[in-house]
Design a protein around this ligand. Sequence first.
Ligand code: XMP
Length: 603
Amino acid sequence: MINNNPEIIIIDFGGQYVFNFKRFFFELGISSEIVPYNITSEEIMAKNIKGIILSGGPYSVYDPGTPKLDKKIYDLGIPILGICYGNQLIAEQLGGKVEKGQQGEYGFTYLEISNLKDPLFTNIKQKSICWMSHSDLISEIPPDFEIIAKTPQTEIAGIKSLSRPIYGLQWHIEVTHSEEGEKILNNFVFNIAKCKKKEWNVDSFIKKSSTEIKNIIKDGTAICAVSGGVDSSTVAMLSSKVLKYDQLYCVHINNGVMRKNESEQVIKWYKNLGLNIRYIDATNEFLKKLDGITGSDEKRKIIGKTFIDIFEREAKKVNAQFLIQATIMPDIIESTRGEANKIKGKKHGGIIKIHHNVGGLPEKMGLRLVEPIKNLFKYQVRILARKLGLPKEISERQPQPGPAGAVRILGPINTEKIKIWQESNHIVEKILKPLHPSQYFAILLPNKYINNLNINNEIKNIVSNFVEPESLIEPFIFSSQTIGVKGDERAYRYTLGLKMMKNGVNLWFTLNSIDILNLQGIITGRINQIVRIAALLSDNLDYNKPYVILIRSVETKDFMTATPTLLKKEILMKLKNELNKIPSIGAVFYDYTTKPSATIEYI
Ligand code: XMP
């Protein structure tokens, strides 16, 4: 059942973030495999496995028919780390007790580690912020176990066997939200499972991959779509090292919704790099087709199709036989989701979004696909980009979605809105760039709100627990729906704009970060129609102006989960002041939502 020779196996109980483990191990050069929960101890014994992760899952261990681990696996002597459901499973299967908690613990909380000398906690802060998503909890630890961590609501947040290398943690170390999460995983693989770090060698990668490109393309002609982003630029640069100038055609298509002066800049960079670049200004073609289109899927489809049409035309012109594509590992990390999800008919656990930027193109055009960096992660692509001599603006560039501003301007697109969005986005980039968030941009929304959801009182009740009595709490529900993640699925829901004032002071500037994170978690958790929360930064909302700007800035490594960048008051004020100067902007908001429940992009 285990295919290759993984050092670590991730036993899948249907948790949402199973892939995050795989991504993490991959980055460390450690081979890992996601295996179904019904794997047997014999199957594990047949391989040289160094460590086992028991994933989270959407079940209660005490319910009949829920996925369980072959108990003999606990006796193999292989280090085990159980997370959330995996943690509860360890407790239940080894003689402890798991019960339904009085109230669930969803979102951010303070974690306190009891024994920092434990090798799992080397170089870990005693107190940090962690992310929880559970209602069940361990009420009694198994014999021969000790408690290693707690939170204000969960006395037994972590357990450890005193005689075997078995650990259980209630919080999710595999998501961006848990401050010390990656360090703990690091400690598990190196200090406990005794894996050896394998450094990725960029020089040997260049040598091997460029030889492969040459061997495949030989004297043929290749075409490569280049956006100016780090992935496509790197793949073009790498290929240009072994292909002649007129063997490699790089095509940059301006879809009219690029960032301010973006295409001009990109072309300049490529020319300086000596690449054979073709610039196609297809603004009119795109805008004509996008005219009057509001739906996000429709926008994506139109942009995708138009892009393919133009690209196909260009490929024909140069008689290309090969398409060099900048697919990277996160695009293909998807593998079969396991057995655990079948139990309750949960087919999609863990998969929030997958992007295939030019999927379907090679088949349609009869081109042979070449994907030289498909086994790399973004951070490796950046190392490669630097090594290949790409300018910093490219190697460190924040990722941009293929449909560009089209998904950041909500509602129909026109030249006026594009200009306002470009200007606003430029301001946001200028102010936030020095802080290096993972991704940051502006979204232009109509200054329109709805009032028929009957959720305002519930919102006010929740918010009142976070602010002093007599504070003004004013919810605005934006009329434009946006995408979020509810349960295992993507869902179109609403964004809540929130004004909170007392004695002329904007209370958003006074709340501490954990309260903000908790507030957004509680609102999106309890109110099904809401997927995002945005703080009103402006003093007032001017209804006479047609648009508002929402600022999105997130911290993430894998883009599967993300936390909002917690900006200082001075930065938020600066953003507000500069954006408020744009004549048609009625207010400025800062998006404080984690992914989940909101995705990074709005649509
Ligand atoms: P979400 O919105 O799913 O985004 O949280 C995760 C990451 O993917 C990028 N993204 C896209 N990239 N085409 C792309 O090439 C798209 O349609 C698209 N949608 C989202 C997003 O910017 C983020 O980095």
